[in-house]
Design a protein around this ligand. Structure first.
Ligand SMILES: Nc1ncnc2c1ncn2[C@@H]1O[C@H](COP(=O)(O)OP(=O)(O)OP(=O)(O)O)[C@@H](O)[C@H]1O
Length: 224
């Protein structure tokens, strides 16, 4: 599903260049449930943003579902992102003036899905995350864990093949974190490829595979 070869990425300003990814090689098979672990600044989010086609890389190759992701136009990038990727963020990124069901259905609005179908699908995914009865609530009326569930439902509503989550439990307490991880597990069991960035060992342990990143490279199993 995902194949990275010798990926390099630097953040450049006029006078400085910070090399963040220094030759990433990684294969993720369809249906995997994996986490990317590493200390702060090791390049986890940078890597996830490249995987999610939210950012570009400088050199190397990224193949998503057999397709090389390089020099894409805005339109092409949006196409692959919409087609393949769901994204969940640490800070939920919900619209506070929209209800839970409106938040979940928003990606379908952008896809010009008609109102009735949008609502049906959004309700289906809200039910999947256990929030059917909270559909009419605003994010501010929900707990952090509930808000993250809404965000997960929103990421699933377009039926992506790959779900990427950047520190999805970073703003949650331990109990709620494990409930949210249980939800990712359930989503993975339904056949989705799920990749989670975390710096917490006990969160990573929930996944089937832990990928360790250190100073811009992935450690081999022998190094971990
Ligand atoms: N847009 C940017 N412009 C310049 N430097 C950046 C940018 N984004 C990240 N960096 C720098 O790149 C390095 C890696 O950042 P990244 O966010 O990928 O690390 P991380 O492993 O996800 O860290 P954390 O766990 O703290 O989120 C850091 O030194 C960071 O300051």
């Amino acid at each position: 599903m995902i194949k990275l070869r010798d990926i390099h990425k630097a953040y450049k300003t006029e006078f400085t260049s910070l090399q963040v990814l220094k030759g990433i090689d990684l294969d993720i098979q369809e249906g995997e449930f994996a986490s990317i672990m590493g200390s702060s600044g090791s390049g986890k989010s940078t890597l996830l943003n490249i995987l999610g086609i939210l950012d570009e890389y400088d050199s190397g190759e990224y193949h998503l579902a057999g397709q090389l992701m390089k020099d894409l136009s805005e339109k092409q990038a949006a196409y692959y992102r919409n087609q393949f990727i769901g994204f969940v963020f640490q800070s939920f990124n919900l619209l506070n003036f929209k209800t839970a069901v409106e938040n979940v259905s928003l990606p379908l609005y952008y896809r010009k899905v008609d109102r009735k179908l949008r609502h049906e699908k959004a309700m289906h995914y809200l039910e999947m995350v256990g929030l059917k009865d909270w559909a009419g609530h605003l994010p501010t009326q929900l707990s952090g864990g509930q808000q993250q569930r809404v965000a997960i439902a929103r990421s699933m509503v377009t039926e992506p093949k790959v779900l990427l989550a950047d520190e999805p439990t970073g703003a949650l307490d331990t109990k709620t974190s494990h409930e949210v991880m249980g939800l990712f597990q359930k989503i993975n069991e339904q056949g989705k490829t799920v990749l989670i960035v975390t710096h917490e060992q006990d969160i990573a342990k929930v996944t089937e595979r832990i990928i360790e990143i250190q100073d811009g490279v992935i450690l081999t199993p022998q190094q971990v």
